[in-house]
Design a binder for this molecule. Structure first.
Ligand code: M6R
Length: 609
């Protein structure tokens, strides 16, 4: 995700300080970089696509005058990773500059309105509306302060943001603000800093001030002043002493990226709910027209496709074929044709097997749609339409936050298609949309309430030689994903299959104490699933169940259980039910002394076939 930084120095040049801070934010992932400073009434700026070192070689990022400035590492969401889209963005007169991390939901409407009023946009980003709106506020009221112009601007903005703004009008200030995207201040005797994350300024100071949602801050060489955006009231906030080592700081205090990324799931889910409507509309139109639809992916992304096949079928009455990408050419290479549509799902957008399947489909004139987390990846370039899920970079090799976000996007797509096809009543649609909106909070509650218990379960089963993961219906996908997580990071052999298959073979493995994880949402499959639990219990299996809160029947049958909040609709259930399984795998790996972020033999992006 993007990183922002700003500094007001009492002495010296800001540019080298910004440059060094951006280097320390590199771990967040980015594709472009930029800086802007103020000096003697002028705004200076340098920005380009590429890594910091490459951009520095060409533009000399340290060569900007002035002791105040802002910087940015961009991870593209709206607009390709090109120089023109790199931050900072400036107003029409080049006097105000803004850097931003987040997503402006209503940018299309705002952009239209601003263009009608004569503003000229240079980029394809959502961010640029912010700076033109500030310019507009100042034009309308020339005596307004920069802070108030920013404050009024933010009242018009829906979405998430951490921003930092500088202007030649008030050349000794940075105005920054936050809503949902992280923002922290760093303070020492000679400077104030604002940043997306503590590591940006950690070598300069260990005194930090955490900015909360809905707050706006004015930074100057005198210090900082925090106000509430809603009513301008002043806020007092004490500084915090940070005792993290730099390595811990990039993980925000979590021992591993994987745990940090699981904890980020609620905010990533919120991002998926801010997607531009027209992408969903366009993609669902292609799906609607297709004679046959293949959902193609590998590993975790394949499990998202499997879950999506249930969503499309149950909501939109559309039959789709989930296919493991490495098998696509063998299985469908001869039959795929101009009437086929391929929806390729790949977090990285670079998985060789997925791209090979896409290439085969393209050669045979099929329509290619893409869902990915990486804007500018190969998948975005070869897809007719693509959606970027905006989960931010995932560093742990095991996919976690990107999986739940994929599921959220795919469920929204299925809903959109169901509406288009008239397969869903307005009441049902409203109900599902409302539940979807609540999912970030639901996942937050699961993590908050169940993490401690899951840790204990991991301790108890840490020496188990093998596991079963069972579910029925859409929960088969959840079971497969739980099993993959456990195998890949805790190195425990595990088997997952639809629970109905047990009696056709696998149950012969079960003996007393054999751990079987059941995924038990309260859907239509539940009654039969209870039968499957009994079968396992009769053979001495130890049942670990993921259940809805208060499901006493299954809780009594289970040795151990983890609860998720009540009332999650079946088609959305994998999003909530998988989080406990990710945590279980994580804590099993930790209990066994492994490093979950870098499991042996695995790469984050598999670029060979
Ligand atoms: O980047 P992709 O989504 O295309 O990656 C697909 C798989 O390689 C990936 O999901 C892999 O299975 C992960 N290790 C799962 O945690």
């Amino acid at each position: 995700m993007c990183g922002i930084f700003g500094c007001v120095l009492k002495y010296g040049n800001a540019a080298p300080v910004i440059h060094a801070a951006l280097k320390r934010l590199e771990y967040r992932g980015y594709d472009s970089v930029g800086e802007a400073t103020l000096h003697e009434g002028r705004l200076y700026m340098k920005k380009d696509q590429g890594k910091i070192d490459e951009v520095h070689k060409i533009h000399d990022l340290d060569d900007l005058p002035g002791s105040i400035g802002v910087g940015h590492t961009r991870w593209a969401t709206h607009g390709a990773p090109l120089q023109i889209n790199a931050h900072p963005h400036t107003d029409c007169n080049g006097q105000i500059a803004v850097v931003h991390n987040g997503i402006i939901e209503n940018f299309s409407e705002l952009k239209r309105e601003l263009e009608e009023r004569g503003h000229v946009f240079k980029s394809k980003t959502d961010t640029e509306v912010i700076v033109h709106l500030i310019e507009d506020k100042i034009k309308a009221n020339p005596s307004v302060s920069l802070a108030d112009a920013v404050l009024e601007t933010l009242k018009r903005i829906d979405g998430s943001y951490a921003i930092a703004v500088i202007s030649t009008r008030e050349p000794n200030k940075i105005i920054c603000a936050r809503n949902e995207s992280p923002l922290v201040l760093g303070i020492n005797e000679n400077a104030v800093y604002c940043a997306s994350d503590i590591p940006a300024f950690l070598p300069l100071t260990n005194r930090a001030v955490i900015i909360e949602d809905g707050e706006l801050v004015t930074l100057s060489s005198d210090g900082f002043e925090i106000r509430k955006i809603v009513d301008s009231t002043l806020v007092t906030r004490a500084t915090k002493l940070i005792d993290w080592m730099p390595e811990m700081a990039v993980k925000r205090g979590y021992p591993h990226f994987m745990l940090k990324e699981i904890h980020e799931e609620p905010s990533c889910l919120r991002n998926t709910l801010r997607m531009q409507e027209h992408y969903l509309e366009l993609m669902s139109s292609f799906l609607d027209r297709a004679r046959e639809v293949f959902l193609v992916a590998c590993g975790t992304s394949y499990h998202a496709c499997l879950a999506a096949s249930y969503m499309f079928s149950k909501l939109a009455f559309l039959a789709t074929y989930p296919v493991v990408a490495s098998e696509f050419v063998e299985q469908h290479g001869k039959s795929v044709n101009i009437d086929s549509t391929i929806l390729a799902v790949s977090q990285s957008g670079e998985t060789a097997d997925t791209l090979a399947a896409v290439e085969c489909a393209r050669r045979r004139a099929a329509t290619v749609l893409g869902l990915t987390n990486v804007m500018g990846s190969t998948l975005t370039r070869v897809s007719r339409v693509y959606i970027c899920q905006q989960s931010g970079p995932e560093i742990g090799v095991a996919a976690t936050k990107t999986f739940t976000s994929q599921l959220s996007v795919l469920s929204q797509l299925a809903l959109r298609l169901a509406k288009k096809r008239g397969k869903i009543s307005q009441d049902e649609m409203d109900f599902l949309e409302e539940r979807l909106e609540k999912l970030p909070e639901t996942v937050e509650v699961i993590i908050q309430k169940q993490e401690g218990k899951i840790k204990q379960i991991a301790k108890k089963y840490k020496d188990a030689k093998t596991f079963f993961f069972l579910g029925r219906g859409i929960s088969t996908a959840t079971a497969l994903e739980g099993r993959l997580k456990l195998m890949e990071i805790a190195y425990v052999p595990a088997i997952a299959f639809p629970a109905g298959e047990s009696k056709h073979g696998p149950i012969s493995l079960v003996e007393p104490g054999f751990p079987v994880v059941f995924i038990c949402p309260k859907d239509e499959t539940r009654k039969t699933l209870v039968g499957n639990i009994m079968e396992m219990k009769a053979r001495g299996a130890s049942i670990i169940a993921v259940v809805e809160e208060g499901d006493e029947e299954i809780e009594k049958l289970a040795e151990d259980y983890v609860e998720v909040p009540k009332g999650i609709p079946e088609v959305l259930s994998p999003i909530a039910f998988v989080t406990p399984l990710q945590l279980l795998a994580y804590y099993m790996a930790v209990e066994k002394g492994y490093t979950p972020d870098t499991p042996r033999n695995l790469a984050k992006s598999v670029t060979v076939k």
